[in-house]
Design a protein around this ligand. Structure first.
Ligand SMILES: [Zn+2]
Length: 116
């Protein structure tokens, strides 16, 4: 995703000219990273007020990524089949509701089997 931020800078930032930020007269920190009090900062951890205000809002999805609000849908719910995100390996349902209704339906199946 960081790649898309970089693409957006190179394509859309008005201050990005010939590989440099004309505001700071340096390479864009969003592309190459920067330095803060002698410490190296990766491009991912850099921010640019101009970029945030003028460039980023045009692309809502990227905006979410930039601010770390992006949720990676790394799981598929066993209940409703929708994608959801979870850090837990054991999570198989997207919500308590799915969990509960799934439990219910297995319960029903179980009872139906017994009824036969
Ligand atoms: Zn679900």
């Amino acid at each position: 995703m960081e790649k898309y931020i970089k693409q957006l800078v190179t394509k859309s930032c008005a201050n990005f000219i010939d590989g440099k930020c004309i505001l700071s007269d340096k390479e864009c920190p969003l592309l190459v990273g920067g330095e803060y009090r002698g410490k190296k900062i990766t491009a991912k951890d850099c921010s640019c007020t101009y970029f945030e205000k003028a460039v980023l809002p045009a692309v809502k999805t990227l905006e979410a990524v930039y601010y770390g609000k992006e949720t990676v849908l790394n799981k598929t719910c066993k209940g409703c089949g929708k994608g959801f995100s979870s850090v837990s390996n054991r999570a198989v349902y997207c919500s308590e509701i799915c969990k509960r209704s799934a439990r219910k339906s297995t319960h029903i199946k179980y009872n139906q089997k017994r009824a036969k």
